[in-house]
Write a protein that binds this ligand. Structure first.
Ligand SMILES: Nc1ncnc2c1ncn2[C@@H]1O[C@H](COP(=O)(O)OP(=O)(O)O)[C@@H](O)[C@H]1O
Ligand SMILES: [Mg+2]
Length: 240
């Protein structure tokens, strides 16, 4: 039986993936600051709405709704309009960044994992969402004290999301190129973004590190951020 796939709608990425991301799965989208994680995530949701009639939820721990709507409008994505058409919901938990302390922030919102999953589920049900983004997932780790607890709870979180039936991207912030976080060991898929410096230039690259059940391309492929969002070149492998 063939695995049903969610097309990301990002130019070139579905070709790298061999069609798309398995429906209902969570994929980690990781990379350093400025790598393009938020850009790709928003693109995934907007393309879903506009090209595939699939409503989407964006759960934001970094940028406030006001900030994100304003910056994305500058790139031609009218999230406010999509929201008023009941195709898009932004859950704004950005207060944490202002406080500079994720744990304190989550307390502010009285958010523990069950409360967060409840809010996500309500949002998903209210617009019949098929796609979801959590940007960044990293903040949820702050709810727990040790690595075993993080591992256990992340595992449960992915399991719960899976039962929601939405295809999701969970952003993970990385510092070093080959550093892996606990979330990445648990997810069914990992997409990694690079923004490598060579001399005075930087070159953006994207790699499908794993995608369970999918015969995806291997290696790092160049992409650019254009006025139409992310454009991946799936036929040009980056020089090593
Ligand atoms: N929708 C978009 N379209 C085009 N460019 C964007 C879009 N969203 C963000 N950008 C730009 O892409 C670059 C990467 O930003 P971002 O996606 O926020 O990185 P990250 O989330 O990995 O830290 C920035 O220069 C930003 O201005
Ligand atoms: Mg970001």
């Amino acid at each position: 039986m063939e695995l049903p796939l969610t097309k990301t709608g990002i130019v070139g990425l579905d070709k790298l993936l061999g069609g798309g991301i398995p429906v209902g799965w969570s994929t980690i989208l990781s990379g350093e600051p400025g790598a393009g994680k938020t850009c790709l995530s928003v693109g995934f949701l907007v393309r879903g709405i506009e090209d595939y009639d699939e409503p989407g939820i964006f759960c934001s721990f970094n940028e406030s709704k006001k900030e994100l709507y304003l910056t994305q409008l500058g790139y031609g994505y009218d999230l406010h309009k999509l929201e008023s058409e009941k195709k898009f919901i932004l859950l704004d938990f950005s207060y944490g960044r202002a406080l500079g302390d994720g744990q304190l922030a989550l307390q502010q919102y009285r958010l523990d994992l069950p409360a967060l999953t409840k809010k996500l589920k309500e949002a998903i049900n209210s617009i019949g969402a098929k796609r979801m983004v959590i940007d960044p997932l990293t903040i949820i780790s702050l709810l727990f004290d040790d690595i075993r607890e993080i591992r256990y709870n992340m595992f449960r979180f992915f399991d719960v999301i899976r039962r929601f039936g939405v295809t999701s991207l969970a952003v993970v912030e990385t510092k070093k190129k080959d550093e892996y976080n606990v979330e990445e060991f648990l997810a069914a898929g990992i997409i990694r973004l690079y923004n490598e410096r060579s001399g005075a230039k930087r070159q953006r690259g994207i790699e499908i590190i794993k995608m369970r059940g999918i015969n995806h391309k291997r290696g790092i492929f160049p992409f650019s951020i254009t006025d139409k969002g992310i454009v991946v070149s799936p036929d040009v492998e980056m020089p090593s």
